[in-house]
Design a protein around this ligand. Structure first.
Ligand code: DGI
Ligand code: FE
Ligand code: FE
Ligand code: FE
Length: 185
């Protein structure tokens, strides 16, 4: 079963994206151990998180659940691939664990009140070994000791980038930041 999923993902993604996925698995499993959550769930969620990354808009819209806020960003494949991926994982790959499905769903934009698994996939995506940007090591280290601090650093980096390129900011991105600030107290 697990081997078949690996084969399916390797076939669905270009080699670089598959390498990225293996990197996310490595980090997510290590963080699952660290934060004492199910490692198997972390492995599956990481393996499948970008399953829809290479779908075109037509394919994405076939799978994506109709969602008012996403409609607003209707033409943006980048924002849809997590949502489409979670539906694909359920319908086509037989994944029914809601914890895994929501980690796939929210890995790009986050949400208010994220579970530990959602946070782990979100941050593993940002700091896996193939990622290379200024301060990546700082966020990598933070993730091991305080996942909320790491997410704040990553969200701030993302927001600065989105502002620089004048991109619309999804409300979940802002909600996630505010919520985590609240959790940190
Ligand atoms: O799929 P990956 O490349 O591994 O990473 P990802 O799923 O985190 O996707 C990152 C992309 O998502 C990146 O191009 C920025 C985009 N993104 C994330 N949050 C927002 C966003 N784009 C806009 N316009 N607004 C957001 O709030
Ligand atoms: Fe992604
Ligand atoms: Fe990300
Ligand atoms: Fe990714």
């Amino acid at each position: 079963m697990l081997n078949q999923l690996y084969d399916h993902i390797e076939k669905s993604l270009p080699p670089k994206r598959y390498q990225h996925t293996l990197g996310v698995i490595e980090v997510a499993v290590a963080l699952a151990k660290q934060y004492d959550i199910n490692e198997h769930s972390a492995e599956i969620a990481a393996l499948l998180h970008d399953v829809s990354k290479c779908m075109n808009l037509e394919e994405l819209h076939f799978y994506v659940e109709c969602d008012e806020t996403l409609k607003y960003y209707g033409d943006m494949g980048e924002l849809l691939h997590g949502f489409a991926g979670s539906v694909y994982a359920k319908k086509e790959l037989g994944i029914h664990d809601e914890d895994i499905l929501s980690a796939i769903k929210y890995h790009t934009i986050g949400r208010r009140g994220m579970t530990t698994l959602e946070k782990i996939i979100y941050i593993a995506d940002a700091v896996e070994p193939n990622r290379n940007y200024p301060n990546v090591d700082l966020i990598r280290e933070k993730a091991k000791t305080c996942i909320n601090d790491a997410i704040l650093l990553e969200v701030d980096r993302k927001l600065k980038h989105l502002l620089e390129i004048d991109a619309p900011i999804h409300p979940n991105t802002v909600d996630m930041r505010n919520c985590i600030l609240g959790e940190l107290g």
